[in-house]
Design a protein around this ligand. Structure first.
Ligand SMILES: [Zn+2]
Length: 108
């Protein structure tokens, strides 16, 4: 059921982004966006609206350079700041087809 190859294929083709929040994300107040799903979102730095059932915030995808794989493998990590997100939360972010700058987020 959780064949990683299948999940990868679904991840590549779906119009939503789904993720389980880590302790680091809770601590820093952001949601990581994996690189292969970046194209789902407006380009880095472009503002868009992220709406949950409780709130609506203007956000952007931000990039930070990182050496977590060693100094010889520098790369970037991408994230959306979202204060109050908690470890273990499962988030689903979905683009509103009619309004490209509006995304809906379910936190469960
Ligand atoms: Zn890294």
């Amino acid at each position: 059921m959780h064949d990683p190859r299948l999940l990868f294929i679904i991840g590549m083709s779906s119009n939503f982004y789904s993720r389980t929040i880590s302790l680091e994300e809770e601590r820093e107040g952001y949601i990581f966006i994996l690189k292969h799903r970046l194209m789902l979102f407006p380009s880095s730095g472009q503002l868009f609206t992220l709406k949950t059932k409780d709130t609506e915030r203007v956000v952007k995808v931000e990039a930070v350079s990182c050496v977590c794989r060693g100094a010889e493998l520098p790369h970037e990590h991408y994230f959306i700041r979202w204060k109050g997100i908690q470890e273990g939360n499962h988030v689903i972010i979905e683009q509103n087809d009619a309004t490209p700058r509006l995304f809906k987020m379910v936190i469960e």
